[in-house]
Design a protein around this ligand. Structure first.
Ligand SMILES: Nc1ncnc2c1ncn2[C@@H]1O[C@H](COP(=O)(O)OP(=O)(O)OP(=O)(O)O)[C@@H](O)[C@H]1O
Ligand SMILES: [Mg+2]
Length: 536
């Protein structure tokens, strides 16, 4: 066989940009399958609008419009009332992969990576060749519009038609044309995504216009913005040598001691003394910029010997029990629900998180099947609905590990919705598409405890309901025999059939005092989303 030398092989050596990588691997961003791809676009733009409005201190008002274009294409437009994007940042923000205002901040937000918006733009570009149309008003009458494309070779924005416009509204509006996507209904649809967004964000008003022109308005049910999570400092427990080195080399402090106090949570001068005691060979007066791997390793080992106070949970902002109650009532109108907000916990040694869970029974809960109902699990990470990749998600793993029958719940046949939201400064997603929370042991265990606690809260009601259903079934079955039996007795004894039937019915009713004649199972109430008629 002919050999090829290194020089020859390395003629093929190339460097690739992040944009080129995701152009080739779009499925990693959630662009696989026409139905899912459409939801991914809505998800990326809506989460950005929510993050931006909240950061701007504005109650979010979001409009999502999906319409059909020629050649099986769709036009998707998302507008918000947030702070908008300054003109000089719009290209980088929306058309550069790995750029944004969130990745470098240790702060609870929906966006984490600086990929979502550029990913949408890239998907439009590779399926239709068209740029995204952007309009933004950033207050004081300053507004502009432009088209933005992305140069994949160097991951840089290409802005055209930039123009100042007269627009008194506030916010950002993004509009793109897409192929290889499809508007579908069902559990994995844009409608369901938006319905669940309304469920986990009761402070948000969100409207969907579907391709047929029908409008669905999910009204704001809470008129208060969620508390703004402050930027957190990383906690020393659980820190890796590599992370510590990166922080040290970027530090402005002159000494390791002050670098540690300034950079990390719960690191006081007392703790510095404890670290010194744990390993006296560490020189705390050294320049952190000169920290070596060996010194960093010593520090990390010393951190493990010190008793740390857990991270401040104030950095994690859950939805809140009361707000979940209002939202679930508003959207699912259940017959009964139980909501649990657990105390903060930590994973990977130092990252705080909070789990909230609700179990709702009846009304619009669960999934309507051809015959009857089944239960469903509504997964959320930092209030963002997670619709796909359920198999690899910590929430699914926890819910599947629960013995539902112990709580009188049958997920196969009952109208039950299990709602779980995990909030954290840093959520460990299992992929860049951010559709599943990684199965970290501490997180799975905590979700399980939260859901079991919520399930206990509906247990009595569900058991009572089961008993009532059982009795209603028996009453119905026995009543069916009464008619035939009365006729047979009449034939045999010559007694008046009508009188026999009445007497028998009285006896049966005495045994089932709560059952009513002709009682059928109640239809569930439709959620409280308001259907808005299109204007003529
Ligand atoms: N609707 C918006 N209003 C204001 N700023 C926005 C809006 N959408 C995006 N941005 C800005 O653009 C940046 C990039 O958005 P992008 O979705 O790519 O990343 P991200 O939200 O930071 O993280 P992720 O990849 O996890 O979504 C954001 O960090 C934000 O600064
Ligand atoms: Mg984003």
């Amino acid at each position: 066989m002919a050999t090829t030398d290194a020089e020859q092989i390395f003629k093929e050596f190339r460097e690739h940009s992040a944009a080129e990588f995701f152009k080739k691997n779009r499925q990693m961003l959630g662009y696989s399958g026409a139905g899912r791809s459409l939801v991914t676009i809505v998800h990326e733009w809506v989460t950005n609008s929510l993050d931006a409005s909240e950061e701007g201190g504005i109650l979010p008002d979001i409009d999502v419009s999906i319409s059909k274009a020629e050649n099986n294409r769709y036009i998707i437009k998302v507008s918000d009332n947030g702070p908008g994007i300054p003109k000089n940042f719009v290209g980088k923000a929306l058309a550069t992969i790995f750029a944004g205002t969130k990745f470098h901040r240790y702060m609870q937000q929906r966006g984490q990576q600086g990929i979502g918006a550029a990913g949408c733009l890239l998907f439009s570009q590779i399926t239709t060749g068209k740029p995204i149309f952007v309009k933004s008003s950033i207050g004081k009458g300053r507004a502009y519009s432009c088209h933005i494309a992305l140069s994949t070779a160097n991951n840089k924005p290409i802005i055209t038609d930039m123009a100042d416009i007269d627009d008194k509204s506030q916010g950002l509006s993004v509009e793109g044309e897409f192929a290889d996507i499809r508007y579908e209904m069902g559990e994995h649809s844009a409608y369901e995504y938006i319905r669940r967004t309304a469920l986990s964000n009761p402070h948000t008003q969100i409207k969907l216009t579907d391709p047929s022109g029908q409008e669905f308005l999910f009204v704001r049910s809470v008129k208060k913005l969620p508390a703004r999570p402050p930027p957190a400092k990383p906690h020393p427990a659980g820190l890796s040598t590599n992370d510590l080195l990166d922080f040290a080399h970027a530090s402005q402090s002159r000494k390791i001691s002050s670098f540690l106090v300034d950079t990390f949570a719960r690191t006081t001068s007392n703790k510095i003394s404890e670290i010194r005691e744990a390993d006296p060979s560490i020189d705390m007066d050294e320049d952190p910029k000169k920290l070596t791997w060996e010194q960093a390793e010593k520090l990390v080992n010393a951190f493990k010997k010190v008793k740390w106070i857990a991270p401040d949970a104030g950095y994690v902002v859950p939805i809140g029990e009361e707000q979940i109650r209002i939202a679930v009532k508003n959207i699912l109108s259940p017959e009964h629900m139980s909501v649990v907000e657990r105390r903060p916990r930590i994973f990977r040694g130092g990252v705080p998180f909070i789990v909230e869970a609700a179990v709702a029974y009846g009304g619009g809960s669960g999934k309507k099947e051809e015959e009857g109902y089944s239960g469903n699990i509504l997964r959320f990470g930092n209030r963002v609905p997670l619709l796909f990749d359920s198999g690899s998600c910590a929430i699914t793993k926890a819910a599947n590990g629960i013995e539902w029958r112990r709580y009188g719940i049958d997920m196969e046949t009952q109208p039950v919705s299990v709602f779980v939201n995990v909030s954290s400064v840093y959520l460990p997603y299992s992929g860049v598409g951010k559709e599943a929370i990684a199965q970290e042991d501490e997180i799975v265990e905590e979700i399980k405890l939260a859901v079991m606690e919520a399930a206990r809260g509906v247990q009595r009601y569900v058991r009572g309901k089961q008993a009532a259903n059982f009795n209603a079934g028996r009453y119905k079955a026995i009543s069916r025999y009464v008619k035939q039996l009365s006729k047979d007795i009449g034939d045999l004894t010559g007694a008046d059939t009508g009188r026999v039937e009445k007497k028998l019915n009285d006896i049966v009713k005495k045994h089932f005092p709560k059952a009513k004649e002709g009682e059928d199972e109640e239809e569930p109430a439709v959620g409280s989303e308001v259907d808005v008629e299109e204007e003529a």
